[in-house]
Structures are given as C-alpha cells and as structure tokens.
Design a protein around this ligand. Structure first.
Ligand code: 8YV
Length: 338
C-alpha cells in the first residue's frame, strides 16, 4: 500500500509517485561531456548519469529521458544551449565544470528559475601558468628547438636561429580579472613592464598602467594576453585594428574564449605578417579548427587545456558535485552563477 491505496492503481496521483521516486532515487543528471573516471565514479554515488556525449542520436536520447532529468553536468566549452534547456521540462540546475559559463543560455535558465553554477578560483593559477608558459615557449622557440634536436638538424645544420627575449618587454593584460591578475603577477616576476585594460582602473593594480582602450593597450604591448570573460559583451573585442596595433613584432596569447578575438581577422593578420605571432588555447568550433591554423607557422596551438592539471581538474570535479549535491539537499550553492 502506497499513497494510501494500491500504489500501482491509476488512482494514485502521478504527483505523489513522482515525489516518491525523487526521494528514493538518485537525481537524474544529463552529462554533456566526458569527465575523468574519478569524477564519474564519485558522481555516480549520488546521481544517475545519462551520457549525452556518447549518444549517437542526441535528440532521441534526450527525448527518451527528458521528464526524468533534473540536472545537467556540463563543461565550460560545452555549456547548455537554449534548445537543450527547452527540451528538459524538469530541469532544476546546471553545474559547469569550468569558470566560463558563456556557453550556457543564462536567459533561458533565468526565465525558468534554473540554477547555474561554475568552478571559479580553483583553476585560476593553472590558466595563468599556461598563458605565461605559452609566451615563454613561443618567444624562445621551444617547440621548434626541440624538433631541431630530435630531427638531427642541430648536428646537420648547426645552431638554432636566435629567438626573442621576454624580460624587459611590455605585457598587456586585456581583462584584469582573477586570471589576468595572476598572469600580471607572473609577468612582474619576469621583469616585464605591465599595463592592463578593464572596465575601470583597479585599486589593487596601482603599480600597473591602466590603458582602457584595447587598441591603445595593444599598441604599447609586445605580448598581449586575452583574459576577458566570454560572451556577447566581449565578442571580437580583439578585432583587426587591435591586431594591427599589436603589430608584426607583437604576440597575442589567448587562454580565455575564442569569441573574444575575431578569428578571421587573426588568421589574416598572421598570414600577412601584420601580426607577429599567436599562442592559442581556444578556437572557434573547437576541437575542429579552421584549417588555416594548420598551414601557418607563426602560431603555437594548444588543445584548450589551460586548466588541465590533475590537481585542478580534481578540484573542479569536486565543485561540480558539491554544487549539485547542495542543490538537491536544499542547501546554499557553493559557487552559484545564477
Ligand atoms: C575547461 C574552461 O577546459 O574554465 C573554463 O571556462 O574553459 C576550462 O577550464 C573546461 O571547462 C573543461 O571542460
């Protein structure tokens, strides 16, 4: 006897049945992209995971379980778009494995009172490290120099071509948020001269030059780091004039979102050598890159892994779970966006 009656009879209200199932079962979560095995194992202790990314027919996969799904666990670059959110009538929460939530349709979530969380702070220093590592690797030709050794060119052709110095040069930080700040700190340690652009001058950045206009910042930079949040407000802030201002001796480093740079203008500038060099961790349509990227040499390409250390990814995975668990337990969310 459930619901005070024969529970299987259709007299039992479907509302009560739903509630009963929710209490006993692990909440159903749609998993948008892969996670390391340790995260999958930990998530499965509290949730029923539905592996969206493995489904050959995504809409059929969603349709078959749409009513049951109460949460989405996604990745920064994958997010959750308007159509996906619309297809899940009982969606309550979207937990993003990543600090960037630009790929989540926040308006759609807000309208339905769907909570959104991300994983800030835990990844900041790794992303800054990779940005600075890319600058050093590119300026000193580390990738090409390694190939020089392995190919035997060193013995055959002699000394490796001379490269560019980093210390004493000018670093521009476009977006002095958490990641931009950590990059600036690191550049200070490399004896670089720092300037930054942001919505306003920052109290904590008094020692650094505030140059609000991205074009002016680029004009006074040898290395321009793009550390803006992604989204409509920052789309193509780095446009053709900014790239031109950075110039044939300049290098752009992007560890944020591809959408912050006009990618066609970037490829054109690299091809025409009106821009010296680009070190990129993010791409439009990644992991499928514009084929022009593979034809140019004045580029260092990385597979969107600035936060990709075991330590940081474990901390990110933990936050994804803690946010989901807090939501379903009715507690405050550790790192809410919405
Ligand atoms: C991750 C990211 O690579 O934090 C972000 O916004 O893009 C990266 O940390 C990504 O979210 C992991 O899938």
């Amino acid at each position: 006897e459930m619901c005070g009656r024969d529970w299987s009879s259709d007299v039992c209200s479907s509302d009560l049945l739903t509630q009963w199932r929710r209490t006993l079962n692990k909440p159903d979560i749609l998993q948008i992209g892969p996670y390391p095995s340790w995260d999958v194992e930990a998530l499965e202790k509290s949730f029923t995971l539905h592996r969206y990314f493995e489904a050959p027919d995504k809409s059929a996969f969603v349709a078959e379980r749409a009513d049951r799904i109460r949460g989405i666990a996604t990745r920064g670059e994958l997010g959750a778009d308007r159509d996906l959110i619309a297809s899940l009538p009982n969606l309550e929460v979207i937990s993003v494995y990543g600090v960037g939530f630009d790929a989540v349709d926040l308006d759609a979530a807000r309208l339905r009172g769907i909570r959104v969380t991300n994983t800030p702070d835990v990844l900041t220093k790794d992303v800054a490290d990779l940005g600075v590592a890319m600058m050093l690797a590119a300026a000193r030709g580390i990738v090409g120099a390694e190939a020089w050794v392995r190919s035997g060119d060193w013995a055959k052709k002699g000394l490796y071509p001379l490269q560019s110095r980093v210390h004493g040069k000018r670093a521009g930080i476009l977006g002095l948020g958490r990641i931009g700040f950590e990059i600036a700190k690191r550049c200070v340690a490399f004896d670089m001269d720092i300037a930054y652009s942001d919505l306003e001058a920052r109290e904590f950045a008094k020692d650094w030059a505030f140059i609000q206009d991205p074009e002016d910042l680029a004009a006074r930079s040898d290395f321009l780091f793009v550390t803006l949040t992604g989204g409509p407000a920052t789309r193509h802030v780095v446009n053709q004039p900014v790239l031109e201002a950075l110039g044939p001796e300049g290098m752009i480093i992007n560890v944020s979102r591809a959408s912050n740079i006009d990618e066609t203008a970037l490829l054109d500038a690299l091809q025409n050598n009106t821009l010296g060099f680009a070190a990129l961790d993010v791409f439009e349509g990644e992991p499928n890159l514009d084929p022009r990227f593979l034809e140019l040499n004045n580029l260092l390409l990385q597979p969107h892994h600035a936060s990709g250390t075991i330590e940081t990814r474990k901390a990110m995975g933990r936050l994804v779970r803690e946010n989901l668990e807090a939501h379903f337990a009715g507690r405050d969310l550790p790192t809410p966006v919405l």
